[in-house]
Design a protein. Structure first.
Length: 476
């Protein structure tokens, strides 16, 4: 199949549930297409950072999230068309089950994303100890939403050749869906995992080898020609509208500002759109490494600390006293600081892991520990309930939270003279079960992760706070 000028092929890899093999298939196919000489733009349905990081690693370029809870459907569609322009093929990895969503309407499902961007779907099915029943499952998927372009099936964890042949015969007898391949049970290829799922690629010294082996399995067991043929049925010929345009016009920097952004092994959860929008608006981003740098630069006008795994690097973060002290000093001097999840932990007093206590920056009187179960996991609806450095009061925010950390040794009924909560949650857990966005001076930290294209005021708030801080320095 030859790609015509202006046309980008697209493929969505979905599953019946989490753990069905869609990440494996998405990574293997992405790597295969790249090594076949094609320009691949990867996408991840939903808010996940880690799967997106693996897809970006396999493709050799940014992976963008498509999420119709955090962003409007039109913004999601614009983002897809804009970022996939001039690529040969886009690979979208789904989330959970094909039709799973936050409610019975299914409007936030992988299926809805596929329909929104006119993408054909290949579904991965774990076939352990099943034969004809899988055909019934495929029929159910087809009939549940006839508008969905369900074009292919990947049979996963098949017991052998005979099992695969029975499955293929069953599906092809009852449906017109193509069986594009059958992946056997593989015991010697495990993705590195911990409490929040896959380990990020930056922490895995085996990432390249894992991707290579995954690609080999895909080449050996899937008909990649048919997969590419299915992808060619996606019709991406619509006019492209930048999802950044409206934000850039309204939030262009009045003067040159420098925003520090902490990016290292401990803090790496950033949507590329969040970084791009700040740069498009004219801000200079200064990367900071809390594990190796001595301190934050003195000539920055704001600090952005994303999420990550500070608990996995607690010892190293604690040992870098000069960095912690420089952040504490800057925050006390009213440097605007915006922090999410792992950044919130880092701004607290300490994190307790077992019988070990690790000092953090000490800006907020919060102590954290790690649970063996999620303490907050899912989408969040928040309303800005108090004046703060970045958002106007009564503004609605949509984001997500996913964390195992919990707060210890603090009485939230106490009245702290200079500390308050800026968010009231209609959905989600936050810091207290109802409140989030702990605020002091020009610092706001929360468990809430925001997407810049869905929360358009985020970039404007950070930039305006930085400009205001720079002007205060000039006046002094």
């Amino acid at each position: 199949m030859t790609k015509t000028e202006g046309q980008s092929f697209v493929l969505t890899i979905a599953g019946l549930r989490g753990g069905s093999g869609k990440t494996f298939a998405s990574l293997g196919l992405t790597s295969f297409f790249v090594n076949d000489g094609k320009k691949v733009c990867p996408f991840k349905k939903g808010p996940d950072y880690i799967d997106a990081g693996w897809l970006a690693f396999a493709a050799g370029r940014h992976c963008y999230n498509l999420d119709t809870f955090m962003c409007s459907p039109q913004i999601v569609k614009d983002s897809f068309l804009y970022h996939s322009e001039n690529f040969d093929i886009s690979v979208i990895e789904g989330n959970r089950g094909l039709y799973d969503a936050i409610d019975v309407t299914g409007k936030t499902s992988t299926a809805e994303i596929a329909k929104l961007v006119d993408s054909p779907v290949i579904v991965c099915i774990d076939c352990t100890k099943c034969t004809l029943t899988i055909a019934a499952v495929v029929m159910g998927l087809i009939n549940f939403d006839p508008e969905l372009k369900l074009e292919g099936v990947i049979l996963n964890r098949v017991a052998g050749k005979r099992h695969a042949e029975k499955l293929r015969a069953s599906i092809e007898h009852y449906t017109d869906v193509k069986v594009v391949g059958a992946i056997p049970k593989i015991r010697d290829l495990d993705f590195p995992e911990r409490h929040m799922g896959l380990i990020p690629t930056c922490e895995s010294n085996q990432a390249s080898l894992i991707i290579k082996k995954t690609e080999e399995v895909i080449k050996d067991n899937l008909d990649t020609h048919i997969v590419y043929e299915i992808a060619s049925s996606g019709k991406n010929k619509e006019n492209t509208v930048s999802p950044y345009k409206e934000i850039i016009i309204s939030e262009k920097c009045e003067e040159k500002i420098r925003i520090g952004i902490i990016i290292d092994e401990a803090f790496q959860f950033y949507y590329p759109e969040n970084i791009k929008i700040l740069e498009y608006c004219g801000a200079e981003l200064v990367k900071i490494n809390t594990l190796t740098d001595d301190k934050i630069p003195e000539n920055i006008h704001a600090l952005y600390i994303g999420g990550g795994f500070p608990e996995s690097f607690a010892k190293e973060l604690s040992q870098n006293k000069t960095m912690r002290k420089s952040i504490l000093s800057a925050a006390e001097k009213n440097l605007p600081v915006y922090a999410e999840c792992g950044g919130l932990i880092y701004l607290g007093e300490e994190i307790i892991l077992g019988d070990k206590h690790y000092e953090m920056c000490g800006f907020f009187p919060l102590k954290f520990s790690l649970s063996d179960k999620p303490q907050g996991h899912g989408y969040v609806d928040a309303v800005v309930c108090e004046k703060n450095p970045f958002f106007e009061k009564n503004l609605s925010l949509k984001g997500h939270e996913f964390r195992y950390s919990k707060i210890m040794d603090i009485d939230f009924n106490d009245n702290f003279d200079d500390i308050y909560f800026s968010y009231l949650l209609d959905r989600g857990v936050g810091i207290t079960g109802r409140k989030d966005g702990i605020t002091k001076k020009n610092t706001l930290a929360s468990y809430l992760h925001l997407h810049a294209l869905g929360s358009k005021q985020w970039a404007e708030g950070l930039i305006k706070a930085a400009e205001k801080f720079k002007k205060s320095l000039n006046n002094n």
